[in-house]
Ligand binder design. Structure first.
Ligand code: MEV
Length: 437
């Protein structure tokens, strides 16, 4: 089936998708994924009424929109996904789709994840015997877990809840000895911040009693190192070849580019930003907390004490290029904007995910695809060629182009390597002179 029309699961390879208008694209998605008219409308813009926004945050004056694109070609664990991405940066959606297309021909992305376990931290001060306090808390593990689980019975019924504790001692801190009790909580399909913060507050009095100290902070950790998502891709070098560069040259270039990010934090920051270029747009489109994801990713990248690459690129014994990515991914399907924002709901419907773990794994695959796109370009022609071609469309619009003029003006700007608004205006004037407007 070429476009998967009305199949149970959408086929993510859609011929000619980029050449359609936004309205045609959304109709096409409707046909392929079974997304109903109401959800199609939600993804088309203006989904968030001001009244709803007013209930979400404070001092609301309006809403703020971003372009919403759909990355195509993704196959993850043998299943196709159409991936919604809300992002302002040109070339991100195109790059992800392009790399997913190459990956698709090589078996697609393979992903896995841990159970959705979040950490809540309870800080205890004014301790005379921090090590004694630590052991008393460990001895009271079962009681602490029981108290933590008294509040959220629904979570426990769903198979989640507090699973374990850890107690970390900081003998020397600027305010004297301190211990930090961690609650390790399986939050199932929630992002989990509210759940674990509530639990931490619930157990705090008991922690104070047992430790004989004073509890201060009771809050989740965004270093969600027990809630990891992983993605892997294996690419035959022939699949990587372009007209200008051999697959061997590209594979070697990607491995060398990654090596710089592994050894040098200055490069790692940019390398990881490229990964987040893929992940954040999905997080935003599904109404999740992108600051939490960013905080977790960068803290994880620095977990050894030296900030480094989140991904790895290497060659296997057959010469295939193997890319892997592993990072914390605290995303939810229930609660917060995920539930209240109508476009986020429609985006999740388009994705067709049934668990937060599935969403987390798609995010990891998207990050890896984006990373591969950036490294491929950087290791060969440089990033600006492709970027400028797409940036030219923005410049054409700023200069006043509309409809078919946009692509025509953009193509000429890019061909002349002169992507400026005043040049775009000149081209537009020429087109008008030709009667093309
Ligand atoms: C630009 O938004 C992202 C890149 O800088 C990522 C990278 O350098 O790997 C292209």
């Amino acid at each position: 089936m070429s476009d998967g029309a009305h199949s149970e699961r959408p086929v993510s390879r859609i011929e000619n998708f980029r050449n359609l208008s936004p309205a045609e694209r959304i109709r096409k998605l409707g046909g392929i994924s079974g997304l109903n008219q109401a959800s199609q409308k939600m993804l088309s813009g203006g989904a968030l009424p001001v009244e709803l926004a007013n209930g979400m945050i404070e001092n609301v004056v309006g809403t703020f929109e971003l372009p919403l694109g759909v990355a195509t070609n993704f196959t993850i664990n043998g299943r196709d996904y159409l991936v919604p991405m809300a992002v302002e940066e040109p070339s991100v959606v195109a790059a992800a789709s392009y790399m997913a297309r190459i990956a698709r021909g090589c078996g697609g992305f393979h992903t896995s994840s841990t159970s959705p376990v979040m950490r809540a931290q309870i800080q205890v001060l004014s301790l005379k015997d921090p090590y004694g306090a630590r052991q008393r808390l460990i001895e009271a593990r079962d009681r602490l877990i029981e108290v933590a689980n008294t509040r959220d019975r629904v979570l426990v019924e769903l198979g989640g809840g507090c699973r374990d504790i850890e107690v970390h001692v900081f003998e020397h801190s600027p305010v004297g000895p301190m211990i930090v009790l961690h609650l390790l909580v399986d939050v199932r399909d929630a992002m989990g911040a509210n759940t674990v913060n509530t639990m931490a507050e619930m157990v705090a009095p008991l922690v104070e009693e047992i430790s004989r100290g004073e509890v201060r902070l009771r809050i989740l950790s965004n270093l969600a190192d027990l809630r990891l998502a992983r993605a892997r891709v294996e690419l035959g070098v022939d699949a990587l070849a372009t007209k200008e560069y051999s697959g061997e040259r590209i594979a070697t270039g990607i491995v060398e580019a990654c090596a710089l990010a592994i050894v040098d934090p200055y490069r790692a920051a940019t390398h990881n930003k490229g990964i987040m270029n893929g992940i954040d747009p999905l997080i935003v489109a599904t109404g999740n907390d992108w600051r939490a994801i960013e905080a977790g990713a960068h803290a994880w990248a620095a977990r050894t004490g030296r900030y480094t690459s989140l991904s790895n690129w290497e060659r296997d014994s057959s010469g295939n290029l193997v890319g892997t990515l592993e990072l914390p991914m605290a995303v939810g399907l229930v609660g917060g904007a995920t539930k209240t924002h109508p476009a986020a709901q429609a985006a999740l419907e388009l994705l067709g995910v049934s668990s937060a773990r599935e969403l987390a794994e798609i995010a990891a695959a998207l990050g890896l695809a984006q990373n591969m796109a950036a490294l491929r370009a950087l290791a060969t022609e440089g990033i600006q060629r492709g970027h400028m071609a797409l940036h030219a469309r923005n410049i054409a619009i700023v200069a006043g182009a509309s409809g078919t003029q946009i692509d025509e003006v953009a193509a000429r700007l890019a061909a002349d390597h002169d992507v400026r608004v005043d040049r775009a205006r000149e081209i537009l004037a020429e087109l008008s002179g030709r009667g093309d407007d």
